[in-house]
Design a binder for this molecule. Structure first.
Ligand SMILES: [Zn+2]
Length: 361
């Protein structure tokens, strides 16, 4: 087994491997059936695995597939970590792994869930409303979300280049990706109500984290930033302790707090901000661990084509299959160098988090 073998070809395989190995390690696995079925009729399930050893006051949380298709990567990291601890022995701290938290998107190879919701735009806080869209998004709706199957003849790159000239890259990215609540079939739709995932987490995480004091949560993502690199993105106001821990444990260069400069953009309804607001533990350090793959225009092109395919093609249509194949490649490249890099980097981040949790208590 090497770094390549930890990547599964589909959701069903990923899920089986994850549950089998976690159970073998003596972790408690709980499975939560979710809405719908996968392309082969397979059940869609979110699986949670809790280690039975380790200090329950210090917890490492690793979640995968909030953006479905990114689960090919996230699940690989979770499985690689389990396999490593199988060889090296258990960690001295407790672990909670959440696998396939958007199983529909993972199984159907799309970013969004069964209701076309971008779950990382769905976690609004009390007082925030599921309404609104950036003005520029509304203007770009026809371009972003055409009501027809994808076509490889369309001059997407030329149109995108023209828009970048007109609006500027930063403003355009901000307008498109920040989240919108007005175009239910569009990209980056945050939904019209809290998703079932929210109640699943609210009902169960307090139990899993009972007795915890210091928690580090890596929510695994791909698709932003230079290929093979990793940034820990923060979408909530850090307190001094959190900022100091991030700098000391991972290095100043590794995390990005400001959402308007660097690779990130300011998004509404992020999972991290909501998790932190739940106050599940006195010190809850959440990071969106973002690993780069392809350039942002290529990513947008792929997301747009897959979304067209999802809404305007039958599932077995060759155009739909091609668009989804391409999306899986964009979010989890087959390139063996990339795959080794991201697995090794994930080991490093987890080692740093564990060392930090043990030292700082
Ligand atoms: Zn993501």
């Amino acid at each position: 087994m090497n770094d390549q073998d930890v990547f599964s070809p589909d959701y069903a395989t990923a899920r089986t491997r994850f549950c089998d190995l976690a159970s073998k390690l003596g972790w408690q696995v709980e499975s939560f059936p979710r809405e719908g079925t996968g392309p082969q009729g397979e059940p869609l399930v979110t699986d949670a695995a809790c280690s039975s050893e380790g200090d329950p006051a210090k917890v490492l949380v690793v979640s995968s597939a909030v953006h479905g298709v990114e689960g090919f990567f996230g699940s690989a990291v979770q499985w690689a970590l389990l396999r490593r601890w199988q060889k090296e022995g258990p960690l001295p701290i407790k672990c909670l792994f959440l696998h396939g938290i958007n199983p529909f998107g993972f199984a159907w190879r799309r970013r969004f869930d069964e209701n076309n919701v971008d779950l990382n735009r769905n976690f609004l806080l009390p007082g925030e409303t599921f309404a609104g869209a950036p003005e520029t998004y509304a203007k770009l709706d026809e371009f972003l979300n055409p009501h027809r199957p994808p076509s490889s003849w369309e001059p997407f790159m030329a149109k995108a280049a023209w828009l970048i000239v007109r609006y500027g890259m930063t403003a355009l990215r901000q307008a498109i990706a920040t989240g919108q609540y007005e175009f239910p079939q569009g990209l980056f739709f945050g939904g019209s109500r809290p998703s079932p995932l929210q109640s699943l987490l609210a009902e169960n995480v307090p139990r899993w984290l009972q007795g915890s004091e210091d928690v580090v949560h890596f929510d695994l993502h791909t698709g932003l930033g230079p290929k093979g690199t990793c940034k820990l993105l923060i979408d909530y106001p850090l307190n001094d302790r959190q900022r100091t821990s991030l700098a000391k444990w991972f290095g100043e260069e590794t995390f990005e707090e400001s959402q308007t400069s660097g690779i990130a953009y300011e998004a509404r309804g992020g999972l991290g901000r909501w998790c932190v607001a739940q106050q599940w533990a006195p010190n809850y350090l959440y990071t969106c661990a973002e690993f780069g793959t392809y350039g942002s225009v290529t990513m947008l092109k792929g997301l747009r084509a897959e979304n067209q395919a999802q809404h305007w093609c039958p599932p077995k249509d060759p155009r739909a299959i091609a668009a989804k194949d391409q999306l899986a490649e964009l979010f989890c490249p087959r390139d063996s160098v990339w795959r080794s890099q991201v697995i090794q980097r994930s080991y490093e981040l987890v080692d740093q988090a564990v060392a930090g949790l043990l030292a700082d208590a």
